[in-house]
Design a protein around this ligand. Structure first.
Ligand code: ATP
Length: 700
């Protein structure tokens, strides 16, 4: 599946020489360049890269199409005009410079009236300041190397004016190795073949010198030209150098080289590979100019193709990593180039101009696409893309450099562009141009996809092997499981036994619970029975007491009757003094005896006894009712007890009834007796009074 990814643009600022006037400052990922105002200098911004006869300017590039003045419709041509300085700052005019720097805008310009200077601010993905180290740059590109190992195309491109540090960044020095040596080590580290994955790395190293491609890995290809400046050795140019052709696959549109040597790094170490590349670098055309003593006169392209093959899945991945060190743009006025060097500079600048055109068109396309998407939201992205491709064509074919970088710019590649710039004021034009093109590159969007394919021939066999391996592993797993299951079986048996025991014990527990409840019930019944027995005993006692009382009462009544039957003593009898006394005693006795039942009835003790009896009666009644209820829910074992208990209850009930009857009779009897007694008393009182009267009379 295709993914869209913007080109990552980083800027590296070269450390300046002492006494150099500085015009570049950086704030985090923003870079600020202060340039002289065009009004003050009365100059126009010219692109120093363009020194060829056509004098193309990058300030305005239009695709003229069928315009008569430009018969080549594919070529973007220069419209000569005087570039106007941009004073509009997009509504930021009144903002402070600080605010503008951190506004996140990449297109801010302002005019410093006092100093007659213009300040341009640019924001990039990363800005490495003058103190940055090689490892900092490598950190940024490391993920791109990893993706190349994983089957993606990646490109690391160093771009900038001459002497700004492109070669230093890409190749570096021995104490401070650059991107290339670090990448080689990293790739060797990542592509160590394992049991399942095999890696194969191959490399090509070419240079584009004077718009011709040469192989730098060919030992017979002696192309390096060392001028005799400051005692440098001069090596003769091999005029019969083997030229490499660029071809394009008409079907896929892919670019490939014909005639270049490809080196397979099968058993080679990373050091072997590096020494080979270093030898190739020595064959590169280098010259000395006023701006750089070791000025590269050619663009170099080191390609590392990493193939990986997974034995298990049959998946084959091919990742391509391009490490591009471009020759720097230069103004002949500053570089002092002449003769061959000037010719080289012309060729370098023309190829860089073609690259600039490609960048401009691609960024324009990207902007138009985003605009079209905004305006035609109903249309799909693909439709808009197709429409654009029909109208705007990218001028890749204008130079060999752009043809080689077709994939890296707007194609299938993850690309990092490292723009190197000077800080000094002397080079402000070149720096400004480099930053402007880099900003354009930021808009370009590449479509990235993984280069994978499956080996169709061996795929099935490999898959079968893979499946059989998987099956074997599952068999072994199953055997393990079997063993484990046997162990589990035993465990299950033991556990089932334990479970059974538990169930049994549970049942037993239930049974015991039931029994306990039964016994509790029984125990309750027994308690009530004991209480009943106690009560019955008390009743019996009460009965006895009552009987005694009754007996006493009867006796008393009999005594009283007997006494009442006695004849009244004769008062006239002379021997009767003593008898009188006796009679009076007897009368007292009679009265006492007569008062006894009354006392008995009035005594508190007897009242209490009667009350207690009454309470007992109620209690017994309640208990007998409860026991009846309980005995109704009792199980068969208690039947006999219940029968006894019922008998007892009946008996008690009888007793209570008897007692009640007795009490009732007694009350009636008492009432009768009371009335009788009262009558008797009255009679006796009358008799006694009569006797007293008689005695008193007789005394008198
Ligand atoms: N970041 C840096 N730190 C230290 N030295 C640097 C740095 N960048 C560049 N230099 C030095 O500046 C000089 C020029 O650098 P270099 O040759 O890399 O420039 P260039 O951009 O490749 O130039 P050209 O396009 O002409 O080849 C070298 O001597 C290099 O050591």
């Amino acid at each position: 599946m295709n993914q869209s990814e913007s080109i990552c643009v980083a800027v590296r600022i070269r450390p300046n020489h002492i006494n150099e006037e500085i015009c570049v400052e950086n704030y985090q990922n923003s870079i600020q360049i202060t340039v002289p105002s065009l009004r003050s200098t009365n100059q126009t911004i010219k692109t120093p890269q363009i020194l060829d006869s056509r004098r193309r300017s990058t300030s305005r590039i239009t695709n003229r199409g069928n315009n008569q003045r430009n018969p080549n419709p594919k070529r973007a041509s220069f419209q000569p005009n005087t570039p106007k300085p941009r004073f509009s700052n997009g509504g930021l005019k009144n903002k402070s410079l600080f605010e503008q720097q951190f506004s996140g805008s990449t297109n801010v310009s302002s005019l410093n009236q006092e100093q007659d200077t213009l300040t341009h601010n640019f924001t990039f993905d990363r800005v490495f300041d003058q103190n940055s180290k090689q490892k900092d740059v490598f950190q940024l590109i490391e993920p791109y190397i990893v993706s190349a190992v994983n089957g993606y195309n990646s490109t690391i491109l160093a771009y900038g004016q001459t002497g700004s540090g492109k070669t230093y960044t890409m190749t570096g020095t021995e104490p401070e190795p650059g991107v290339i040596p670090k990448t080689i080590h990293k790739i060797f580290e990542l592509t160590k073949s394992t049991e399942t994955i095999n890696y194969l790395v191959r490399t090509t190293f070419i240079e584009i010198y004077n718009n011709q491609i040469y192989d730098l890995l060919d030992p017979n290809n002696v192309g390096g030209k060392y001028r005799t400046v400051q005692g440098w050795e001069k090596i003769k140019l091999n005029k019969n150098r083997k030229k490499i052709k660029i071809c394009e696959d008409p079907k896929t549109g892919k670019i490939f080289l014909v005639g270049s040597d490809t080196f397979y790094l099968g058993t080679a170490t990373s050091d072997d590979c590096l020494s080979m590349i270093q030898k190739g670098e020595k064959r590169r055309a280098i010259s000395s100019t006023n701006l750089n003593q070791t000025s590269s006169r050619s663009h170099t392209l080191l390609t590392l193709i990493i193939e990986s093959y997974n034995k298990e899945t049959g998946e084959a991945k091919v990742g391509k990593l391009n490490l591009v060190d471009l020759a720097g743009s230069e103004s002949s006025k500053h570089s002092g180039a002449s003769g061959t060097t000037l010719n080289e500079a012309c060729k370098i600048n023309s190829s860089l101009s073609a690259l600039a055109d490609v960048l401009t068109i691609l960024s324009k396309k990207a902007r138009l696409k985003s605009l079209a998407i905004k305006n035609n939201q109903s249309k799909t992205k693909k439709e808009i893309e197709n429409n654009q491709n029909k109208t705007i064509s990218v001028p890749y074919r204008n130079s060999k450099l752009t043809r080689l970088l077709k994939d890296s710019l707007g194609g299938n590649s993850r690309t990092v562009m490292i723009t190197t710039v000077h800080r000094n004021k002397k080079n402000w034009r070149e720096t400004l141009n480099s930053l402007r093109y880099s900003r354009k590159a930021k808009f370009i969007k590449n479509r990235i996809s993984k280069n994978t394919r499956f080996n169709s021939k061996n795929q099935n066999v490999k898959k079968a092997n893979h499946v059989s391996k998987q099956l074997q592993s599952t068999i072994s797993d199953l055997e393990k499981l079997k063993k484990e299951s046997q162990l589990d079986k035993q465990l299950i048996k033991e556990k089932s036994l334990q479970l059974n025991l538990l169930l049994e014990s549970q049942q037993e527990y239930k049974r015991l619970n039931n029994l306990e409840s039964k016994y509790n019930q029984k125990f309750k019944n027994i308690r009530t029975r004991h209480e009943c027995e106690k009560l019955s005993q008390m009743y019996r006692n009460c009965d006895l007491k009552c009987q005694i009382v009754e007996e006493k009462w009867k006796n008393l009544i009999i005594k009283r009757k007997n006494l009442c039957k006695k004849p009244i003593p004769q008062i006239n009898n002379p021997h009767s003094e003593s008898q009188k006394f006796q009679i009076s005693i007897d009368w007292d006795k009679i009265l006492k005896i007569e008062n006894l039942p009354k006392q008995f009835l009035n005594s508190n003790q007897n009242n209490q006894l009667l009350q207690e009896l009454h309470q007992f009666r109620e209690k017994v009644l309640n208990l007998t009712q409860n026991s009846k209820k309980n005995s109704g829910s009792n199980i068969n074992d208690d039947d006999e007890d219940d029968d006894d208990y019922a008998d007892n209850n009946n008996r008690k009930r009888k007793n209570t009834n008897q007692n009640q009857m007795r009490l009732f009779n007694q009350q009636n009897f008492d009432e009768n007796q009371n009335t009788n007694l009262k009558n008797c008393k009255l009679k006796k009182k009358v008799k006694y009074n009569n006797k007293k009267k008689y005695i008193l009379k007789s005394k008198n």
